[in-house]
Design a protein around this ligand. Sequence first.
Ligand code: ATP
Length: 499
Amino acid sequence: MIKETALGLGAALIVILIQQGYNVMPWFFMVGLGFVLYYLIGSKGLNKNFSMTDNSNKKVERINFEGIGGHASAKKELLEALEFICNPHHVMEMGIRPLKGILLVGPPGTGKTLLAKAAASYTGSVFLTASGSEFIEVYAGVGAQRVRQIFNQARDKAKKENKNSAIIFIDEIEILGGKRGTHGSHLEYDQTLNQLLVEMDGINYHEEIKVLVVGATNRSELLDPALVRPGRFDRIVNIDLPDLEGREQILNLHIRNKPLDADVDIKVVARETFGFSGAHLENVANEAAILAMREKRELIKQKDFLEAVDKVMMGEKMDRKPDKEEIWRIAVHETGHAIISEFVRPGSVSSVTTSSRGKALGYMRQSPDREFHLYTRDYLEGQICILLGGSVAEEEILGSKSTGSSSDFQQIIDLSKKLISSGLSPLGVVSLNDIPPDILHEVITKTIEKEEARVKEIIGCYKKFIIEVAQHLIAREKISGEKFRQTLQKYKKRVKISS
Ligand code: ATP
């Protein structure tokens, strides 16, 4: 109302001044300049009332630890750390120094935000969230002011809602808490981090409102040592990619609201999704439902889940249609990978396909029989063989190799270097950096030649089998691991190889 009246009066004044013969242009110019300055400095910069996303609403309350799959040890660590909010007297009696900060470290999409939200609902705290990038501005001092504001906002909000604790969640904390002196405009970065340290030091055990800072990052090595020293972020919780059991739990959480056909076996889907994060798994469940809806079905079938796994792993099916000769080469190449995979690790082929997704023109998908945390020389050499299978099959059956193997070769080089750096090569225990390039090249070449001989022998004996599977792929685009193994079994009875 006041705004409208002021605008009306201003317009009337301008008309009167023009009628009186005054030159109003300089005034227009001055007022315009004022507005521009207000916008740049006032609303966008220094005076901005920085408001974090306030999530202390019902939606957050619904997220609890039961709604988060896997991460059993991370949950345990977190729950222990939350004791000082839930049970402060007991913590005090035991003489335990209360935690001021918890750092969640893990790859994207593993549920760090979910865990922080669950911590807020578990402790009945208000929950405020911001990303590290929201703090940093070009003006020195703005970030520090924002840090102060967040802590004040958290305390005010808790008071208003009659709660006695607040959780401040800072995602991508490495942007705000990176090592000092490493940024271009370091005055702003340093001041912001200093302010965070000051605020964290100021968190008082006896305060009426207890504040806990939860930071999340996937680059903990970038953090300033002052931030991760005991007394600040002294509990570092690693949130890894979920294991088989974790994946099954996460999938089960995300299918709760979905209509499933009786043929759905989530254990199989969990096995097929090695290396997927929680966010990927949520996407698999979602994509499976979309695929069923596309085909106007009421229930989601197992094949929808398996197709969704391919889609999430490799990307959407592409329209590009390679010509006949290229598809034949792709079919032979992928079958080459698959047959070696079956020899190296029987039962490992999940499917082989010639449909192009994302950047791949075709692919062979493996499902590991168990999850590895350590790799032996045999394992790494086996992987090299599987990767060589594609190009060797092309050469043995089509008489030439193609550029389709370049990413396989890159992986082979990386694996060979891993063998060397782990002391598993003929060079013994050496540092990769100290090996002269010609010797490195020689060792890698010898490793590849040795494995190539093994692969050539197998492919040479199974040419007919590869051609039969490739023909199947040309006709049907895909072959399941089971069908692949059944066909291979027939041939195995006839062929005898030394390896
Ligand atoms: P980023 O590092 O990219 O911010 P994040 O680790 O914070 O990711 P979240 O935002 O917590 O990941 O998770 C993204 C989504 O993935 C969630 O909304 C949820 O649907 C799903 N999700 C991830 N992890 C889990 C889990 N452990 N249980 C259930 N769902 C999960």
